[in-house]
Design a protein around this ligand. Structure first.
Ligand SMILES: C[S@@+](CC[C@H](N)C(=O)[O-])C[C@H]1O[C@@H](n2cnc3c(N)ncnc32)[C@H](O)[C@@H]1O
Length: 332
């Protein structure tokens, strides 16, 4: 598809840490413009790739870009949280590596009709998959004022959330809220001018981020994949996740660390208690990997990107065997 222009972040670092193996099968759960996917396929000519995206426009662009790799590529329209089922349906329940590059792609932001941008007027949509789910306007209409403030505060990390939610609800009641630029103007009214002058970002940035994360249930998607991924990887297989938001990065960091944890109980007691005696996964990156200054200068979006990588051991996954709770939900 013409006009799908997205610069992949941390491209060299992803390849280095995912370390694709000869004849390996890799899943890109957030295929987007297929920049990372194409780099992986080109780097190791015996690999094959399963690409998943919930956005049909992204898949169409990726199909074109990956055409030169022929039958080494299989593409699926879906959500990466459904990866266990999607991989089972393809007859490839376990793979050598999984990549997630979270968030939105540049074309999603740039095409006003998708409703992600406060800079250009578009419908209040924000769905990555326009074929299903509620639009941003439907969500803002359905939530009560307090719930809306929670979304804007918790997912947008916006301190003026309460006032913003009140003004949004008033604008909806008066039938004055239809476009992204109208929403941006309502949000701006709630933020003191002195704050706006001090800030380097548009006053609506955080509110749009919070709404986008809620509309697309982005944290739920990530939690589900983090719970499932150890059972999708072959021993030595790796899961690499790039996040752009501190809430996402915290989920990734905690889950990767938890799977690398082992009990200090003696083995026989640990086994009786259903505790882990061997790590299910090991940390490939002890600390998050950030983009270089040079990459940030070229692509400012890379500034907030953080990459973390985890490697499957050959130990059994105790929680899965016992049907125990996921460490993610346990920590809540
Ligand atoms: C940042 S872009 C990926 C860019 C890609 N890595 C590249 O190099 O071109 C994120 C993509 O992930 C998709 N996406 C986000 N959340 C998803 C989910 N839960 N399931 C499937 N696709 C998702 C978006 O539609 C978008 O196309």
């Amino acid at each position: 598809m013409a006009g799908f222009d997205h610069t992949s972040v941390l491209a060299a670092e992803v390849l280095e840490h995912l370390a694709p193996r000869d004849h390996g099968v890799y899943v890109d759960g957030t295929l987007g413009g297929a920049g990372h996917a194409a780099a992986l396929l080109a780097a190791v000519p015996t690999t094959s790739l399963i690409g998943i995206d919930r956005d049909p426009a992204a898949l169409e662009a990726a199909r074109e870009k990956l055409a030169p790799f022929g039958d080494r590529v299989r593409l699926v329209h879906g959500e990466y949280a459904d990866m266990p089922q999607l991989l089972a349906d393809l007859g490839t329940p376990k793979v050598d590596g999984i990549l997630l590059d979270l968030g939105v792609s540049s074309p999603q932001l740039d095409h006003a009709e998708r409703g992600f941008s406060f800079a250009k007027a578009g419908p209040l949509d924000m769905r990555m998959d326009p074929t299903r789910g509620k639009t941003a306007l439907e969500l803002m209409t359905e939530l009560d004022q307090e719930e809306l403030a929670d979304v804007i505060r918790d997912l947008g990390e916006e301190r003026y959330a309460k006032k913003i939610a009140r003004l949004i609800k008033e604008a909806i009641a008066a039938d004055r809220l239809h476009t992204t630029t109208e929403l941006a103007a309502v949000v701006a009214q709630a933020i003191p001018i002195v704050e706006q002058r001090k800030s380097k970002i548009h006053p609506a940035t955080r509110t749009f981020q919070g709404l986008r994360i809620a509309v697309n249930a982005e944290l739920v998607q990530l939690e589900r994949l983090l719970f499932a991924y150890p059972d999708l990887l072959l021993p030595g297989g790796r899961c690499a996740i790039i996040s752009f938001h501190s809430l996402e990065d915290r989920l990734v960091k905690n889950r990767f660390r938890d799977l690398a944890w082992t009990t200090s109980l003696p083995r026989y007691l640990a086994e009786q208690a259903g505790e882990r005696v061997e790590p299910v996964c090991e940390l490939v990156t002890r600390k998050a990997v950030f983009a270089s200054d040079e990459e940030i200068a070229r692509n400012p979006r890379a500034r907030s990107a953080r990459l973390r990588v985890s490697e499957r051991t050959d130990a059994p996954n105790v929680a899965a065997i016992n049907g125990g709770p996921s460490p993610v939900s346990r920590s809540r």
